[in-house]
Design a protein around this ligand. Structure first.
Ligand code: 8DG
Ligand code: MG
Length: 131
């Protein structure tokens, strides 16, 4: 399908907590919670995309590690292939450049947050993961 986007997202776990971010109210899917990341640009690897997005959106330099899960979802306006990678923060102080909020939450707390629909399989896999 033409109307398809490929998006990367980061699963960053520190001290038994995972980083989640809330989209700004005026953005598409405003105020939904997500894993930080964004659209892959032409010619970009998913890893390079995620590294760039984390720097642009949160001001952190991260090492992108393994592919954790891929979720394909049909939204009314477009299809998304959302690839979640584990990542580790190497440097930088987290600053919210585009998001409304960010939280470090335990895996038990994840279902309490209103995630975008495409994230649900990723959230489900995380909640059944032992860290
Ligand atoms: N970053 C991110 N986007 C997600 C997730 N789940 C989900 O459905 N999306 C959707 C929301 C957007 O429609 C789309 C692209 O995400 P984005 O808005 O972060 O893209 P971007 O950072 O490249 O931003 P922009 O330059 O297009 O403004 O993916 C997720 O967990 N993380
Ligand atoms: Mg983004």
């Amino acid at each position: 399908m033409n109307n398809s986007i490929k998006v990367t997202a980061a699963v960053i776990i520190e001290n038994q907590r995972v980083l989640i971010t809330q989209r700004a109210a005026h953005d598409a899917m405003g105020e939904k919670w997500e894993f930080p990341g964004g659209k892959i640009e032409p010619g970009e690897t998913p890893q390079a995309c995620l590294q760039r997005e984390l720097q642009e959106e949160l001001g952190i330099v991260a090492e992108v590690c393994d592919l954790f899960a891929v979720s394909q979802h049909a939204y009314p306006q477009f299809n998304i292939e959302l690839s979640a990678y584990t990542a580790v923060i190497r440097s930088g102080q987290m600053t919210l450049h585009t998001h409304k909020d960010a939280r470090w939450v335990t895996l038990d707390e994840l279902p309490l947050f209103d995630f975008s629909a495409a994230d649900r399989p990723i959230v489900q896999k995380l909640t059944s993961t032992t860290i």
